[in-house]
Write a protein that binds this ligand. Structure first.
Ligand code: GTP
Ligand code: MG
Ligand code: NA
Length: 452
């Protein structure tokens, strides 16, 4: 059955770490795709979910000749942003996952968000593996595409191995300063007290088989401890996107339970699931790229949902499924609570720039960022989704009061043509995300360097 031999759901693995340590690239390598290079500014700004089947995972560990079994349908990976102000998304990602990969750049060691992630992981008691990545950047590294790490290490000169060991020992010491025992995974004899480090490269694939094998072992262990499937649906909206012929559709991560075609769902509006789609399995991609339709989908999975009225869904919120005994009005109230908690954070004086983001999560992050000492930019209004005429109208209110605030900061969202025209006409500025992020990050870094 879809639930695997033992009636367990697929485990969820969260990928965490400091900015630019290579989290997305690592996932890209594992899945065999390239998402990272398409990201605005090369920076992840939302939670992403990707499913890999058990068969695919085991295939990639074959060279290690282990007799590992994987009694789950697959593994769902959740990628999180490392950017400082996305603490909310890291923490949300972590609440969804069963275990995690903490990514550390071998050339940089522990960095501020590494430590933040480490503390989040420990607070939640989440098991994790440390991927010590970018080993291909060691001076003189000889590429051994896809090789298990011990095999790759044997090919290296003494100089490379020495540099690696020196950096590794430094990083082990840094972890020790944080109160954590760590060790290279193949030397780790006391898994319970000592956390495993796997050296990897997301460019040439060294150590990837080892990383996957450790994930298989963690999955098996988790299966026994806590993966027993429960019926209660737990589902989070990750993204909304327009698909030709379907209008707005949403990507969700189903953490637990089942979704069916025909299920009644509640975001801000009540609607019925018309179709459930997953991407075509990677193996057969060259045969047929069309998504696969499902009547039922079992957790954990990432799913594209087609239904009417989804343009009103707010990304980052929980998607509720109406059961036979449920009160729809009560569920609607729950949905509004999510949204209100964010609205409550903006300045009530109403004087400030207008902030528009694609998701609730990135909006939260941007608000945190604008509040920080380097920026201290007041926010007068917020919006989610594409910038429309109504947003320009709202931002335009500032033209009379404080002209410099008559600006929309558009993070990772489209601007409709009508909105753009109206903004030009009224004299409202619209700054888009690439610019915001690079400009604000520059300001922020300059500030950080000054005080440190
Ligand atoms: P955020 O999502 O912004 O926190 O970054 P990230 O951790 O997802 O890092 P990302 O995958 O965006 O990679 C950052 C940069 O490092 C990119 O330029 C990658 O090409 C590069 N990179 C990632 N992994 C490796 C690696 O194993 N080796 C080398 N040489 N470069 C890498
Ligand atoms: Mg990333
Ligand atoms: Na990045």
């Amino acid at each position: 059955s879809a639930r695997g031999e033992e009636n367990v759901r697929s485990p969820i693995c969260c990928i965490m770490g400091h900015i630019d340590t290579g989290k997305t690239k690592l996932l890209d390598y594992i899945i065999g795709r390239n998402v990272q290079e398409g990201e605005a500014g090369g920076t992840t700004q939302k939670i992403g979910a990707t499913y890999l089947s058990a068969r695919n995972i085991l295939e990639k560990t074959m060279e290690l000749k282990s007799d590992a079994k994987l009694n789950v349908p697959g593994l769902l990976f959740i990628d999180t942003p490392g950017y400082k102000f996305f603490m909310n998304l890291r923490s949300r990602g972590l609440t969804l996952c069963d275990f995690a990969i903490l990514v550390v750049d071998v050339m940089h060691g522990l960095e501020p968000q590494t430590i933040e992630c480490l503390n989040l992981l420990r607070k939640r008691n989440t098991e994790f593996i440390i991927a010590l990545t970018k080993v291909d950047r060691l001076y003189g590294w000889k590429t051994c595409e896809n090789a298990p790490i011990m095999k790759a290490m044997k090919q290296q000169t003494n100089d490379v191995r020495n540099e690696f060991n020196m950096r590794l020992n430094e990083i082990i010491d840094q972890f020790k300063d944080q109160g954590l025992n760590t060790e290279l995974y193949y030397k780790n004899k006391e898994m319970r007290e000592t956390f495993s480090i796997v050296p990897t490269s997301a460019i040439s694939g060294e150590g990837i088989p080892d990383l996957l094998l450790l994930l298989v072992q963690l999955s098996q262990k988790t299966v026994v401890e806590k993966l027993t499937y429960v019926d209660k649906v737990q589902c989070i909206v990750l993204e909304g996107k327009v698909m030709e012929g379907y209008g707005t559709t949403i990507d969700v991560v189903l953490v637990n339970g089942e979704l069916h075609e025909g299920d009644q769902i509640v975001g801000p509006i009540v609607t019925t699931i018309r179709a459930l789609l997953t991407p075509h399995p990677i193996k057969e991609l060259h045969v047929n790229g069309n998504p696969v339709h499902h009547e039922v989908i079992t957790a954990a999975q990432c799913i594209n949902i087609i239904a009417q009225g989804l343009e009103h869904t707010i990304v980052g919120t929980t998607l509720h499924v109406v059961g036979p005994d449920d009160d729809i009005e009560a569920i609607k109230e729950l949905v509004m609570l999510d949204i209100k908690s964010i609205l409550s954070r903006i300045d009530k004086s109403g004087e400030g720039v207008y902030v528009q983001a694609s998701t609730l999560g990135s909006l939260e992050a941007l608000l945190e960022f604008l509040k920080s000492p380097a920026v201290k930019l007041p926010v007068g209004g917020i919006g989610i989704g594409p910038v429309q005429k109504k947003d320009v109208m709202k931002a335009g209110v500032m033209l009379e009061r404080k002209k410099e605030f008559a600006t929309i900061l558009a993070l990772d969202v489209k601007v409709t043509t009508e909105a753009r025209e109206l903004a030009d006409e009224m004299g409202v500025k619209i700054l888009c995300s690439d610019i915001i992020f690079s400009e604000l990050m520059k300001a922020h870094n300059a500030y950080a360097n000054r005080v440190d």
